[in-house]
Design a protein around this ligand. Structure first.
Ligand code: ADP
Length: 497
């Protein structure tokens, strides 16, 4: 270890946090602050980029003050896909940031699909034509604001995802750069070539010269301006939040994966240097290898994960606190055939049925609230099993285990059950802020705070590992029960094949 500490900035959808991580892996300083969400119309979600920067710079300064130690590098991780447009001379935003959750380009996506562009988009970017991604958000901006379009044409405009915006502001305009993991979420980035693609740029109406330069995730993103953070420190790591978590969980080799269980769940599975196209509705995305260099990953998400527990708590009032779910599930020796399919907002991967709606099946007179709670927890395990199985089929790579984090991963019963359903060990790190940790690792590796990825991973104490304890026959019965419940949901929604 060469010493020093890393400032990890995690710019999320509801707030910004900053952590100072010492070379020995201790969090020696931290701060967190939320910022305003703007919902100007149904389905629209916007952020004030100026506020995001102000809040982020503030938590960064607070964390540095809290740590009272020398910071050797800055790592940035961020909410993905959200787009910012700004004036390159004044560094002022020229429009509210359009957030990943924003659905305003649904009609545009439908038009592009109808015009036959989906196949090209999929082949080049690994993504789908969905409003979630940045590309159609930029096209929308230029189509609705002729002033912006004119500035884009003349090159008098800068665009980027949140990482690029923060890099521009932290370096006082010296650097306009992003990394492959963020770039791969824009619909403008060719995964194989590892760069912006002219056909995609033409499709979304984005001139190349206003885009940030794509640099390695563990690399040189300039130096923070002394007037901004009070210190001049190299920005040496940048990655989108899910890929940063994948890195922070040590999933650097093909076959390793992580799932984050919050409101929804995000599963990323590293496929190494092989780009895998999915036949099961999964996305292909850029990720990082051990050195922070390019790798590929498959990505699948469950729309409703911990939110099903929230619903039982707030909607039905059958538990007071999410943490109670653990004892309630444990009080039963089995699920007694009760399944809860939380397709409240449709079914995500690998089904892709946005119009499906949820169901509880297997009810009897003996069904209790404990059964419903247990079924909501079990659903997270089955949802994970379906996605992981699809990833294995797509990639031909066997999973060697799953690393987990996020609010619901605090639940030991859930992780124990999940290991049984997956048939591979499930492990939870001691340091659960894996997103920030990943950004710290990427930056610290480039800046020499850690001499090797192994040295970085060693400083973080292992957490707890859950071994599969369900036999093969029982696993099969449980999974079959879930599959029948899902078929029932599809039939009830008029969607069964
Ligand atoms: P997000 O980042 O999406 O807001 P968090 O990572 O903070 O989510 O996790 C919060 C979610 O985890 C909530 O949906 C909550 O219901 C769920 N949750 C929290 N604690 C537990 C627990 N012990 N068991 C199961 N679910 C939990």
């Amino acid at each position: 270890m060469s010493g020093g500490a890393v400032l990890a900035i995690d710019q999320g959808t509801t707030g910004s946090s900053a952590l100072v991580v010492s070379a020995r892996g201790e969090v020696v300083g931290r701060s967190y602050r939320e910022f305003m969400q703007h919902f100007p119309r149904p389905g629209w979600v916007e952020h004030d980029a100026e506020e995001i920067f102000a809040v982020t710079a503030r938590v960064a300064r607070e964390a540095i003050a809290d740590a009272n130690t020398e910071v050797a590098a800055v790592g940035i991780t961020n909410q993905r896909e959200t787009v910012v447009v700004w004036d390159p001379a004044t560094l002022r935003p020229l429009h509210r940031a359009i957030v990943w959750q924003d659905r305003r380009t649904s009609a545009l996506c439908r038009e592009l699909r109808a015009a036959g562009h989906e196949e090209t988009v999929r082949r080049r970017t690994g993504l789908l034509l969905d409003p979630y991604f940045s590309g159609t958000k930029l096209r929308w901006l230029f189509e609705t604001d002729p002033g912006l379009a004119a500035r884009a044409e003349s090159g008098d405009l800068a665009v980027g995802t949140i990482d690029a915006w923060l890099v521009a502001r932290l370096t006082a305009g010296a650097v306009h750069a992003t990394d492959p993991t963020n770039a791969s979420r824009t619909l403008l980035f060719d995964l194989d070539e590892g760069g912006w693609n002219d056909d995609l740029l033409a499709l979304m109406g984005v001139p190349r010269r206003i885009l940030p330069e794509v640099r390695p995730s563990s690399g040189d993103f300039g130096v923070t301006d002394g007037g901004v953070l009070g210190v001049e420190v190299p920005i040496a790591g940048v990655a989108g939040d899910q890929q940063a978590a994948l890195y922070g969980q040590g999933c650097w080799e093909a076959g390793t994966g992580k799932c984050t269980y919050g409101t929804g769940a995000f599963l990323l599975f590293n496929t190494g240097s092989t780009r895998v196209a999915s036949d099961h509705g999964l996305l292909t995305t850029a990720a990082c290898n051990a050195m922070g260099g390019p790798a590929f990953a498959l990505e699948g998400s469950i729309f409703v994960a911990g939110a099903a527990i929230q619903w039982l708590r707030d909607g039905l009032g059958i538990l007071e606190d999410a943490a109670e779910s653990e004892a309630m599930a444990l009080s039963l020796s089995g699920n007694d055939g009760v399944y809860l399919v939380p397709a409240f907002t449709g079914l995500g991967a690998p089904h892709w049925k946005p119009d499906a709606r949820g169901a509880i099946t297997g009810l009897t007179r003996g069904t209790t609230r404990e059964h419903l709670v247990r079924a909501a927890l079990e659903a997270m395990a089955y949802g994970t099993q379906e996605i992981l199985a699809a990833m294995e089929r797509d990639s031909g790579v066997r999973s060697t285990g799953l690393r987990v984090d996020g609010g619901a991963a605090k639940n030991d019963w859930l992780l124990d059950f999940m290991a049984g359903v997956l048939g591979v060990p499930v492990s939870r790190p001691k340091m659960v802020e894996t997103t920030a940790l990943g950004a710290a690792g990427l930056a610290g590796l480039h800046a020499g705070v850690w001499r090797s990825p192994e040295e970085f991973s060693r400083v973080f104490a292992a957490g707890r590992s859950f071994e599969p304890r369900i036999d093969a026959g029982e696993r099969e019965t449980l999974i079959e029960g879930w599959q029948r419940a899902v078929q029932g949901v599809l039939a009830a929604s008029g969607l069964s094949r």
